[in-house]
Design a protein around this ligand. Structure first.
Ligand SMILES: NC(=O)c1ccc[n+]([C@@H]2O[C@H](COP(=O)([O-])OP(=O)(O)OC[C@H]3O[C@@H](n4cnc5c(N)ncnc54)[C@H](OP(=O)(O)O)[C@@H]3O)[C@@H](O)[C@H]2O)c1
Length: 169
């Protein structure tokens, strides 16, 4: 499995259960990479989507501790382990961890790559963060894209690879 995430200079990813940036080219890339695959996400990230609806044209596996939680179009599971069991058998390259902070932190060791969108800015008031991969011995930059400027922000696509990857999914 892989993770995909947008971070600022401080590895911030969210504020008040919303994204920090609106980046159309990044969104398009996210759609193109994940469409047709499976996404694993936390209940709060699901709630942050328009209308709280799961992402179309993707299998959505949503993790919550609430046993009564249901959402049309989403497969709801009670734990990280249950999400892994549910997605076993999927093509690992089409299995995407899409957040938020708590789910990234839990599943990062299982990820083979992180598709990072690195925004050259410092978001104010951020309350959710991604682990800093530059201080983590397992992770190395495999590719850094050219800068893109959009909506007043400059950003790059950076791919990190897990040097200690030992899982099938
Ligand atoms: N920048 C990006 O690329 C990006 C991507 C995605 C999300 N985000 C941002 O991240 C923020 C949300 O992240 P978050 O960490 O607050 O929330 P989250 O990870 O999306 O969801 C947290 C919820 O997931 C459930 N959960 C988490 N760990 C669990 C476990 N071990 N077992 C069972 N259920 C578990 C719980 O749901 P219940 O409370 O229902 O039990 C928990 O409250 C938002 O600001 C969002 O916009 C950013």
């Amino acid at each position: 499995m892989n993770a995909i995430v947008v971070v600022d200079r401080n590895w911030a990813i969210g504020r008040n259960n919303a994204l920090l940036f609106s980046l159309p080219t990044d969104m398009k890339r996210f759609r193109s990479l994940t469409t047709g695959g499976t996404v694993i996400l936390g209940r709060k990230t699901l709630d942050s989507f328009p209308g709280g609806r799961p992402l179309p044209r993707r299998r959505n596996i949503v993790i919550t501790r609430n046993p009564d939680f249901t959402r049309e179009g989403a497969e709801v599971v009670p734990s990280i382990q249950a999400a892994l069991e549910r997605s076993a058998g999927e093509d690992p390259d089409k299995l995407w961890v899409i957040g938020g902070g708590s789910i990234y932190a839990a599943l990062l060791p299982r990820c083979k790559a992180v598709f990072l969108t690195q925004v050259d800015a410092e978001a104010q008031g951020a309350d959710t963060f991604f682990p800093d991969l530059n201080t983590h011995p397992d992770w190395e930059v495999a590719h850094t894209g050219d800068p893109i400027t959009e909506n007043g922000f400059t950003y790059r696509f950076v791919e990190y690879i897990n040097q200690n990857h030992q899982y099938n999914i």
